[in-house]
Design a protein around this ligand. Sequence first.
Ligand SMILES: [Zn+2]
Length: 563
Amino acid sequence: MKNSVILILVAAAVIYIAFFYREADGVDQVKADMVLKNGNIYTANDAQWIAEAVAVKDDEIIFVGSAADAQDYVGENTNMIDLVGNTVFPGLTDAHVHIKWIGQRELGLNLQGIDDLGETVAKIKKYVEKTPEGEWVVGVGWIEKKWKEGRFLNKDDLDPFSPNHPVVANRAGEHSIVANSKAMEIAGITRDTPDPDGGQILKDENGELTGMFVDNAMALIRDHIPAPSREQNKRSLQAGFDFMSRMGWAQVQQAGGTYNDIDIIKEIHSEGNLKTSIYYAMNMGEEGRKLLDRGPEISEDRMIDIKGIKYFADGALGSRGAALLEPYDDAEGKGLQLIDREEALPVYIEALKKGVQIETHAIGDYANRFVLDLYEEAFNAVPASERAEPDPRWRIEHAQITHPDDQKRYKELDIIAVVEASTVKGDLYFAPDRIGSERLGYAYLWKSLIDQGIRFTAGTDAPVEVGDPRVEFFSLVQRTDFNGFYTDDWHVEEKLSHAQALKTMTLWAAHAAFQDDIRGSIEVGKKADFSVFDQDWMQIEPIEIMDSETVMTIVGGKVTYER
Ligand SMILES: [Zn+2]
């Protein structure tokens, strides 16, 4: 008996030593599926900020270091990617998007970036002309900020060429729409239709409908637009992922959606066509209820994680829907509150118990305070020992106007501020009018939030913005429009360093999705997600970033876009 135990021990030792020596010899060195070298690799890992080469096996990073050492990982079947001096970042994450709407924009009537009212109307007219009579025409993305008329679109712009087409066009920001007379006729809207709660039907000085519908009033029209088929939704979702991958994003974080869409996204993934990973928050209401009942869903390959519920506390600043503590400077009223404490609080409490993350849209200083109050109340109701996720990582989306009294509460409650950096290049034209100089002093805070130790990340809110990582990075480090313009009270000193901007779009975004252990930096053991560009954003002038191009997007070791 004794002898056999000794024999086994000796045999084990021999096997162990043999194994050890072979490892040390490099004979059985694991070979990589992919090695990237000859580029500027920024890791977003403070312990090793720059590397010459990265090796990947399956969907994971197995080596980060010098080009010489990377050679050990090169085998017969290793895909060698010569970066020829290009720049590699950890897979960039857009922490706030609406992926299906991005796809709808790409496939449909896209009015984004047209700096002229006449041209905008002409583009709608052209689209109407090629659409069969009676079918709805839905445009997205118009914005009057740079139009010399400086006014919203109205029904009179649209009616002359659309007597038989219902037409709706969403203003960028998704907080207001314009409808033509045909659309209003179908929806049964007259000058006597009352404003719904939390919404406004805009009228001219004679009390006539202008065609504009703000916040909750949008549903009066939208409810009459036929729902897209599953096939149409699948085309839109695919187009959304294709677009974001082409832009260089490796992950998107969806701010509100449905299980029907998740079902389609899973199908796209099973067909091998999911071009970015996605972190998903459900719409408040019915869909959020389903998540609470089913619990968070963390996928095996971490390509589709479902863990959040998206709430709305107010509207947008541009359409004066943001809920403010004091009235607007350029209009009466304090904006719109879109959240109900009695409805939200029980959900928030249940979410804490079930490990569900809450993210709430809050733009105005009133809305931010209201949400912090609600979060605090929920946290107090559920002690850490009763939470499924001890560190709940709740988020406030936009976090745009935060009263000084409330900033330290972000820190105390450890709430993540998810700002929308790309919007500042447009907002700086109207925000001073809306809220005035004093409130601008605590609006669009970035650097001072980070300096206070507040968790921070950013999203483009595409399709509100294009969804372009160059614009996001440029905005974070520059905080002006593309001509370098900003107003005196704009607080340009709130811009970030390049390193902070990179972490905002990588490591800190991963934290906001409970993925900083597997994503967000180029480190051994993390997912092989990379965004490759032909210019070194960390070195060139910020405006030159806009001339760079995506060379390659790699997600989980697979190339999902190549120039
Ligand atoms: Zn959004």
